[in-house]
Design a protein around this ligand. Structure first.
Ligand code: SAH
Length: 479
């Protein structure tokens, strides 16, 4: 097949790819079309021709798919954030279940029969908009040389000016407008990532769902923010602001934050509370599987610490972890990649002892403080790499570990970490994953040895996007 640039085709989109793109065929050869939805009949123009496939731009929707909805955000096609906003929410959930299943089949090597048996239905969001408690906006200059903020266009660092993201808190807009006005008035320079010059790089805004408070952190390429008192004066007029800080990042890097943060007004952290859901003993009604309990844990979060962006769904996720752990109060549990101790402190309420390990020192400081704040005395936290702290601990102690929970970043677990877990032989391993491909790769290693996949359950934390979050339970085989 010879695809050529600028050729125009009329095709029907048959499938959806891992990044949310539509996939159609010409003479059996695939065409990848961003923004097209399975079921659409479309006219497309080839943008990049390869030997046996091509990428094409959506020119016109001839007949819309029954799964297509009108995306409420005017920037959804340019912005790299919401890849599947044009897909109805129930179909977004089906897409995520399928993506997970395909990875577990293809990469994990699990059988269809087993997956049918162990996979639970995805836990979707009640309201898949305005769910994010955290926003990180980059700054740049517009063509007419005025400072702008917004989002990166897909796969680039080109900024699309937009202060009104429909996934974020409505308060973000007023914070951004105040910061933009301050930049103009104080003549603050904007960071240029090619030259590594200019001062202001990003702003981080966090909102607490339970308290309604706001934290603002400006990330700068320098020591000091000139006229910061004026910024403080402006920002503190916004109701709910409790923390303003400056983070220093002077590296030429894609990482948003540097390691040093200084509070310039108010608190060092923001506080949020997560509640525990429990499975109903007897189903109360046909479709209510869980009920909300009185139990909750409150967390302080530093600007540098990881905290799930969707608290409503995070509490469903952590509640599932606790359910899968099946604790009775006698167990020793490890929580690897523990962040500020979110999962650790849920577990600690039902276990004898919980150990947490996390690489970011600030997050571990938060975790220790969070244990104190919640009067939890059976949780102990270590700063370090999971793949170093866990083997070192296992070498020097004979203590049996009953349950290991892992919640790694997208790249998954380090092999040394997996090997150590296998050597420790806990009764259960609970794997919380934000990337089905690396999850499948790691589960294959664990299940090749002495573990059996017992439960798989996706939880939607990221509506409108292609991201898939999953909790899995592995049980030690009785050999
Ligand atoms: N369980 C926590 C955090 C999950 S995010 C929660 O749900 O809030 C993954 C965490 O792993 C981040 O906090 C990151 O800083 C940490 N991390 C990344 N690499 C690590 C490593 N090699 N060892 C330990 N922690 C690591």
């Amino acid at each position: 097949m010879e695809f050529q640039k600028n050729q125009v085709y009329e095709i029907t989109i048959e499938d959806i790819g891992a990044e949310g793109e539509g996939i159609g065929k010409v003479d059996g050869f695939p065409l990848f079309v961003k923004d097209a939805v399975a079921g659409d009949a479309v006219r497309v123009k080839i943008t990049k021709a390869k030997k046996n496939y091509a990428f094409a731009r959506l020119e016109e929707i001839l007949t819309p798919s029954p799964d297509r909805v009108t995306p409420p955000c005017p920037f959804h096609r340019q912005c790299g954030g919401c890849q599947i906003q044009a897909l109805s929410y129930p179909v977004q959930l089906q897409f995520k279940e399928r993506k997970l299943r395909n990875d577990l089949l293809r990469i994990g090597g699990f059988t269809k029969e087993l997956l049918d048996q162990v996979t639970g239905q995805v836990i979707g969001m009640e309201e898949p908009w305005h769910y994010r408690n955290k926003a990180q906006y980059p700054f740049g200059m517009s063509e007419d040389n005025t400072p702008i903020t917004g989002f990166y266009a897909g796969r680039t660092h080109h900024i699309i000016a937009n202060t009104d993201c429909l996934l974020g808190a409505p308060e973000n807009q007023v914070v951004l407008q105040k910061v933009l006005a301050f930049i103009q008035n104080a003549g603050i320079s904007i960071y240029d990532e090619n030259e590594n010059t200019g001062l202001l790089r990003h702003v981080l805004i966090r909102k607490s769902r339970s308290e309604g408070t706001l934290m603002v952190c400006l990330i700068i390429n320098g020591k000091k923010l000139p006229q910061q008192e004026i910024l403080i004066q402006e920002l503190t007029q916004i109701p709910g602001i409790t923390s303003i800080s400056i983070n220093h990042n002077r590296e030429k890097t894609n990482a948003i934050m540097g390691s040093q943060t200084k509070t310039i007004w108010g608190e060092d952290t923001i506080r949020d509370t997560l509640r525990l859901w429990e499975k109903n003993k007897e189903p109360l009604q046909e479709d209510t599987e869980y009920h909300l309990t009185d139990l909750s844990v409150s967390y302080r979060i530093s600007p540098n610490s990881f905290y799930q962006v969707n608290p409503e769904q995070a509490e469903r996720l952590y509640s599932l972890v606790l359910e899968y752990a099946g604790l009775t109060g006698k167990e020793t549990v490890w929580d690897l990649y523990c962040g500020i101790g979110t999962i650790s402190l849920f577990l600690a309420q039902r276990a004898k002892k919980v150990y947490g390990v996390e690489i970011v020192p600030q997050a571990i400081e938060d975790a220790r403080q969070n244990a104190l704040d919640n009067q939890i005395s059976n949780a102990e936290f270590y700063v370090g790499k999971a793949e170093e702290v866990l083997p070192a601990w296992h070498e020097k102690t004979a203590e049996h570990t009953d349950v290991i929970v892992v919640d790694p970043p997208r790249k998954g677990c380090d092999e040394t970490c997996l090997e150590t877990m296998l050597r420790m032989q806990p009764d259960k391993i609970i794997y919380v994953s934000c990337d089905p491909a690396t999850l499948a790769r790691d589960l294959k290693i664990l299940c090749r040895h002495s573990y059996q996949l017992e439960k798989v359950r996706p939880v939607d934390l990221f509506g409108q996007t292609v991201h898939v979050e999953t909790v899995c339970l592995l049980q030690k085989k009785n050999i």
